[in-house]
Ligand binder design. Structure first.
Ligand SMILES: [Zn+2]
Length: 384
């Protein structure tokens, strides 16, 4: 049983014991199932909404309404939904309502200048940078950027690159598309890169088939007789291409480009391909309609990936809060210790890793989650 299921899945969690001093085992009957994180509350300046005012780490939404904040909270609180489904529902809300997460804005604006300065310094010091060609410079830049990200002491997630580099300048760019197409259909379209996607084979028994059928209905994909024949040929091997014209006198196909050019001259190429492969199960994504305005699907896909990271951070932090609060709810426990997560960050090792929470010190507040996406946890340490 995983950690979260253990905490919130209907069974009483088992306290973790550490060998510190004299350790005694305590099994509590008082741990509540769902800690009370407090009601969604406006911030004092009226510009935002705190989703969890009684939790150790607040999550504050800005640029939005109380209704949207409550809807986000309801998704995060849903005890039945799987975390992936929650992240998807959150992404739908984020993209439709373009709310901002204040704690993330602070994080990015605090660390971005240091990150950019570090990248610049590393590029300047790189022995190959000055003489490198443009493609090599792109490669060096990516290498240096990864190292600079790795050097940040506070790292909410592994894929920080997306969080820092793919943050969209304008989250409203997709609003016209979201008003026209279902979210799941657009998600599938962008996930595959839009019109840049090669032809995909999606057989009838593929679980994605209904979703691709829907893309065709929406005009975002085509198949069968509408497919671009040159693109279909790209999916065939040289042998497949040769087999298409076995009954004809043709030059030996040794290079794809030449074979493709020769085949495209045939009047009955579509029928020949259709007799060998099912064009019905092949799908090609179309460009977005002109009347939605100039939208770059690749940029939009990056923005959505960024949104996915944000929603994952929200979800992780929500669980971190609830886990810490559930641990503190052991009324007969005396002390708790931060259990550093292997995948958390140097800042946690430095600042919260050695902290002990003691009942004798009065008010009980957890030092974790220490930041958005902190995966450190609080454990009952039971020291005397
Ligand atoms: Zn941490």
């Amino acid at each position: 049983m995983d950690f979260i299921t253990r905490l919130f899945g209907g069974e009483r969690p088992a306290p973790v014991r550490h060998e510190v001093g004299i350790t005694v085992q305590v099994v509590s009957d008082t741990a509540p199932q769902a800690p009370d994180v407090g009601p969604v509350t406006p911030t004092p300046d009226g510009r935002g909404w705190v989703l969890n005012p009684r939790a150790p780490f607040h999550i504050t939404l800005t640029a939005t309404t109380g209704e949207v904040a409550s809807a986000v909270r309801a998704i995060l609180d849903d005890p039945e939904a799987h975390s992936r489904d929650k992240e998807r529902s959150l992404l739908g809300l984020l993209l439709r309502h373009n709310f901002r997460v204040a704690e993330l804005d602070v994080y990015l604006s605090t660390w971005r200048p240091r990150l950019e300065a570090d990248v610049a310094r590393r590029l300047e010091a790189h022995p190959e940078w000055v003489s490198a060609s443009e493609p090599d410079r792109a490669d060096i830049h990516a290498e240096v950027e990864a190292a600079a990200l790795e050097g940040l002491p506070l790292r909410p997630r592994d894929d920080l690159r997306v969080l820092f580099m793919d943050q969209p300048a304008d989250l409203t760019a997709d609003d016209v598309l979201l008003s026209r197409y279902p979210f799941d259909a657009l998600h599938l379209y962008l996930e595959h890169g839009g019109v840049a996607c090669p032809i995909l084979r999606i057989p009838a028994d593929d679980f994605r088939r209904p979703a691709f059928d829907q893309l065709v209905e929406l005009g975002l994909a085509c198949r069968g007789t509408e497919l671009d024949l040159e693109a279909v040929l790209e999916t065939l091997t040289l042998k497949d291409m040769t087999d298409l014209v076995n009954d004809l006198d043709h030059p030996r196909f040794t290079r794809r480009a030449k074979a493709t050019a020769w085949l495209l001259e045939l009047d009955d190429l579509r029928a020949r391909i259709g007799s060998r492969v099912s064009l019905r199960e092949r799908f090609q994504l179309c460009g977005l309609p002109a009347d939605v305005g100039p939208i770059d699907p690749a940029a939009l896909a990056r923005a959505w990936r960024w949104g996915e990271q944000v929603c994952r951070l929200l979800e992780e932090t929500w669980y971190g809060n609830r886990a810490a609060m559930a641990q503190l709810a052991y009324e007969d426990a005396l002390t708790w210790k931060v259990a550093l997560a292997d995948d958390c960050c140097p800042a946690c090792v430095e600042s919260v890793g050695k902290q002990v929470v003691s009942r004798s010190s009065g008010a009980l507040t957890s030092p974790v989650p220490a930041h958005l996406g902190c995966t450190c946890r609080l454990d009952v340490a039971r020291m005397r």
